[in-house]
Ligand binder design. Sequence first.
Ligand SMILES: [Fe+2]
Ligand SMILES: [Fe+2]
Length: 224
Amino acid sequence: MGTIVDLIGKTDEQAVTELTAAFKNLGGKDQLHVKGSGDYRAVISGFQNSHWGQFDWLPIRVETGAWSGYLAAKSSSFASIVQIMESQHKHCDTMYVEAENTLNGGNETEGKVLMEAFIWNMEVHFGREEQILFPAFEEKTGMTGGGPTHVMRAEHEQIRGVLKEMKESLKEGDYQRIFDQAETMLILIQQHNSKEEQILYPMLDQHLGEDLEQIAKEVQLFVL
Ligand SMILES: [Fe+2]
Ligand SMILES: [Fe+2]
């Protein structure tokens, strides 16, 4: 989906320049499908530094020497935790639907890659929260122990359990079982996400103060 921007084989500096040019020509609701092979962090943080607040960055898969993701323009120029994380929730939902449709359509090879990318994105998302956002929340609000982050971490473990089962089914090629397992998972995720979107993320936006921009940038860059 979206216009492909092929940065494979480019230096990190060239990659940022080409990404900037492609982004300039991006109209309306279209998005860029970016593929790179250089230093992921250097390229995306380079782009962040010159375009902060103007875009959504949603990784598809990031590995050493091969990475890809979607870059989309957004209407508001204010980057908040609510906005960045809500768009990643949507991204994960969309990735699942795309993977299921592809497997159902009989394209096994691509469907498997997409399902793996969905599971990876869920793990990245939990990592953003557990390694960056929850500690920041606990530090700023003093709410640890039995607070909201404690509940969210426990729910992550529950969802991770289902993701692990899905991975096993994927390995065995039992797609119908994946879809059944995903049904449970999607309900868990929906309930979990709405608590974060309504309570936790807005509280972070309120409490982070001058640290907001730096933490939001780190969260957007984070991969496993
Ligand atoms: Fe979460
Ligand atoms: Fe979340």
